[in-house]
Design a protein around this ligand. Structure first.
Ligand code: HPA
Length: 235
């Protein structure tokens, strides 16, 4: 038992965890893709489930939105439940002309405008980055499933709404591929606690073209991303 995640003794948290932002997504994944899912936590309705995929134990846990929320849940999963690897699965906006709505983007590094990493007491600018081991697993899964990936630096922002409509242009200039709100905290926690993490994102909206994913596109892209994450988590 930890402060924000409870535990059902029939369902210990698995060593590999998929984290969507939305707890109802966690419920949907558990009920539709895992064998014999059991809900181990419902504190604040931030559901967590453990089941099996192709016979291998895997958990799915909502992270909530933003780095404070991801920071809390991933910290407790690593520290209190012995979780070894976390795959964030979520959406992002993109400002890269070579990336389109519907693409699957792996966050190799997570630049950030957040102060999250200040708690580690570093005398400089830390560069949160994904696990090379998980990156390799995800690339192998993408080859096996024939689902192409894009990859690069992604901004983990504290803001969804910005006062300046052109705020993203300096990040675009630095070859940052898109924006989401959680990966940097996840990567920093994993680094500090000696575990593995990687964020796989589907592009739901585009800053250059103004495109947005339709409901059908979102569903298909989400299924692709989850297939890669489940395959990589259990390979
Ligand atoms: N900003 C932050 N997070 C996001 C966005 C965005 O534009 N789109 C999807 N997740």
């Amino acid at each position: 038992m930890s402060l924000h995640i409870s535990i059902d003794e029939k369902a210990p948290v698995a060593e590999s965890v998929l984290m969507p932002g939305d707890p109802l997504r966690a419920k949907f994944i558990a009920e539709n893709f895992l064998e014999e899912p059991v809900r181990y936590s419902e504190i604040r309705n931030m559901y967590g489930y453990t089941g099996r995929y192709k016979g291998v134990p895997v958990s799915v846990q909502g992270s909530g939105m933003g780095m404070p929320s991801m920071g809390i849940y991933s910290w407790e999963l690593f520290q209190d439940f012995g979780v070894q690897r976390i795959f964030r699965i979520g959406t992002c906006g993109s400002f890269d002309a070579d990336i389109q709505v519907g693409d699957t983007l792996v966050s190799i590094a997570a630049s950030t405008d957040s102060n999250y990493c200040h708690m580690f007491g570093l005398n400089g600018t830390y560069a949160p980055s994904c696990s090379f081991i998980l990156l390799k697993k995800v690339m192998e899964a993408s080859d096996r499933l024939n689902i192409p990936l894009k990859a690069g630096n992604v901004l983990s922002s504290d803001h969804f709404y910005e006062s300046d409509p052109d705020w993203w242009k300096p990040w675009q200039k630095m070859n940052v591929k898109g924006v989401e709100m959680e990966a940097a905290a996840l990567y920093a926690n994993a680094a500090f606690l000696g575990r593995e993490a990687l964020a796989i994102l589907t592009v739901s909206d585009h800053f250059v073209t103004g495109d947005r994913a339709t409901v059908e596109q979102r569903q298909k892209n989400f299924t692709d991303m989850m297939a890669i994450a489940l395959d990589a988590a259990t390979a």
